[in-house]
Ligand binder design. Structure first.
Ligand SMILES: NC(=O)c1ccc[n+]([C@@H]2O[C@H](COP(=O)([O-])OP(=O)(O)OC[C@H]3O[C@@H](n4cnc5c(N)ncnc54)[C@H](OP(=O)(O)O)[C@@H]3O)[C@@H](O)[C@H]2O)c1
Length: 310
């Protein structure tokens, strides 16, 4: 089969598109998927540079995918011929014509989505759902500030928070502000403006109930000042976990675990018309370098997807 293979861990340039052994028939607890699309994100760039301990070259990257079930054991939740979406994190394998996936981490994809959209939803929306709903316990009527709001995770976070009935404040470059309003943000802020956090405190004088941090760094430091006393912060920046917080604010940094239950929850939001991934660009497998270079630029709006089959 054709696959993108990381021959070494020197970065995007270590990746070649080549022939690679087709995975074997699925063992118990596995499903073989004929891959149509694979989403890519900053984690792929990190993995290709050796940023994930335990990952050795050569390997096939690609941690989120959509496609059609090729083989599954009898009684499995998904059956041959079914359109599915899945995560293969952290072992990868999605940037190939066939991928073996854990049967607990694959689900029927929403009928309303095409293959690029479904692949682009898995990690971004799965992470946003876990952070906002399961960890952040966001409720209708609360306020949530989302940094990195126009990216792959943030674009879904804005929609999921709006679906909950929260007031959504999004932080992004000014060129993304109309985009964020279209996703459901009621207030938008530009992190390039040194006064942006003061503007948030002016918009929500008591402070926001929840911070969903998708950036870390200086933007997060400023965002922490906008949380109300006793509020909560969740961060997805594993390289820079949240430290000690003051004013009774609680916080946690987490690594997302996307499984069938979360994928099914995303599917319900899609079916209700409350969640739809925005795909910035689709690249053919032979142009996977261009896809990853776009991600590495750090200003993706929505998702970048690689198409393996039509
Ligand atoms: N813990 C987990 O389980 C988990 C899961 C998924 C992702 N992540 C991590 O979460 C981060 C976001 O992922 P993603 O897929 O959403 O990334 P992405 O699609 O590449 O989006 C990144 C966003 O960051 C914004 N940005 C760039 N520089 C910034 C700065 N200096 N300050 C504030 N914002 C800035 C950009 O916004 P503008 O274009 O508007 O400037 C862009 O939209 C990445 O570090 C990723 O590795 C962690």
């Amino acid at each position: 089969m054709r696959a993108a293979v990381a021959q070494d861990l020197t970065g995007i340039d270590g990746l070649t598109v080549t022939e690679w052994p087709t995975p074997p028939e699925p063992a118990a607890g596995q499903v073989l998927v004929r891959v149509h699309c694979a989403g890519v994100g900053p984690w792929d760039v990190g993995m290709l540079s050796g940023g994930f301990p335990g990952l050795a070259a050569p390997f096939v990257p690609g941690q989120e995918l959509s496609g059609v079930v090729e083989a599954a054991e009898p009684g499995s939740e998904v059956q041959p011929g079914q359109r599915v979406y899945a995560t293969t994190f952290p072992t990868g394998g999605g940037l190939a014509e066939f991928a073996l996936v854990d049967s607990a981490r694959v689900a029927a994809m929403p009928a309303a989505l095409d293959f690029p959209e479904a692949a682009g939803l898995v990690i971004g929306a799965g992470t946003a759902y876990e952070g906002l709903i399961d960890k952040g316990r966001l409720r209708a009527g609360e306020t949530v500030l989302i940094t990195g709001a126009a990216g792959g995770v943030g674009s879904s976070a804005v929609q999921i928070a709006a679906a909950v009935g929260a007031r959504v404040l999004g932080v992004a470059s000014s060129g993304n502000h109309d985009y964020l309003r279209g996703l459901g943000a009621s207030d938008v802020f530009d992190y390039h403006d040194p006064e942006w956090a003061a503007q948030v405190r002016h918009a929500v004088p008591g402070g926001v109930d929840l911070l969903f941090d998708g950036t870390g760094g200086q933007t997060r430091d400023s965002a922490l000042t906008t949380i109300r006393d006793g509020g909560h912060a969740v961060s997805i920046i594993a390289q820079a976990p949240l430290g000690e917080l003051d004013r009774g604010i609680t916080g946690e940094t987490f690594a997302a675990h996307v499984d069938r239950q979360r994928l099914d929850a995303l599917s319900r939001l899609v079916q209700a018309g409350q969640l739809r991934p925005a795909i910035e660009a689709i690249f053919p497998l032979e142009h996977v370098h261009d896809a990853l270079a776009r991600v590495a630029g750090g200003h993706t709006r929505g998702k970048i997807v690689v198409q393996i089959a039509a």
